[in-house]
Design a protein around this ligand. Structure first.
Ligand code: HEC
Length: 158
């Protein structure tokens, strides 16, 4: 019994820690899709609205801020622990060369150390709203909207 648990945890740990030669992981196929030029060229169909950004900010707080920082600075706790060097989105030039389609794709499927993505967790609309939110961190005028701390007052839906 003990031994089973030991093996199970060794396997689990290895899944996290061991270097990953591609052939041991069945992941290469469907779980790690490749971004195509069409993906990158996709236009964002969702206009940034206060409501959409607020929803995205909530999700961001749960799933993203630990790496990307609440303010998009890239200095979340987990990023620091993992020694990730993330873009500081407060400076829009860090991602201005990336299309919305590319951001959407990375949010959906992850990339490199950003493992997995939101594709099976969040509907497309939410992911586009996340794109809008990511862009909003770098917008000077939207500073208040991106700060995200207090505006508790407007509470559109329960
Ligand atoms: C484990 C830490 C981690 C988490 C959690 C995480 N990311 Fe990332 N993210 C990264 C890393 C690392 C990169 C750079 C990937 C690369 O290009 O190698 C990245 C890249 C991105 C990019 C592409 C732009 C850029 O700066 O390179 C976007 C957009 C993005 N993340 C959004 C999100 C969103 C939205 C969430 C939450 C749904 C999220 N990330 C969660 C680590 C993370």
């Amino acid at each position: 019994m003990r031994r089973k648990i030991f093996i199970a945890s060794a396997v689990l740990l290895c899944g996290i820690l061991c270097p990953k030669p591609n052939f041991t992981q069945e992941k290469t196929g469907s779980a790690e899709p490749k971004m195509t030029p069409e993906d990158a060229a996709k236009k964002n169909p969702i206009q940034p609205t206060a409501e959409g950004l607020a929803e995205a900010r909530k999700q961001f707080g749960y799933d993203c801020a630990m790496c990307h920082g609440k303010d998009g600075s890239g200095k979340g706790d987990l990023a620091q622990d993992m020694k990730l060097e993330l873009h500081d989105w407060r400076d829009p030039s860090t991602i201005e060369k990336m299309t919305d389609g590319e951001l959407f794709w990375v949010i959906s499927y992850g990339r490199g150390k950003m493992v997995g993505g939101e594709a099976d967790r969040s509907p497309e609309k939410m992911r586009w709203n996340l794109v809008n939110l990511v862009r909003s961190f770098g917008k000077k005028g939207a500073g208040t909207a991106a700060a995200g701390d207090k505006p508790k007052s407007e509470n559109p839906q329960p």
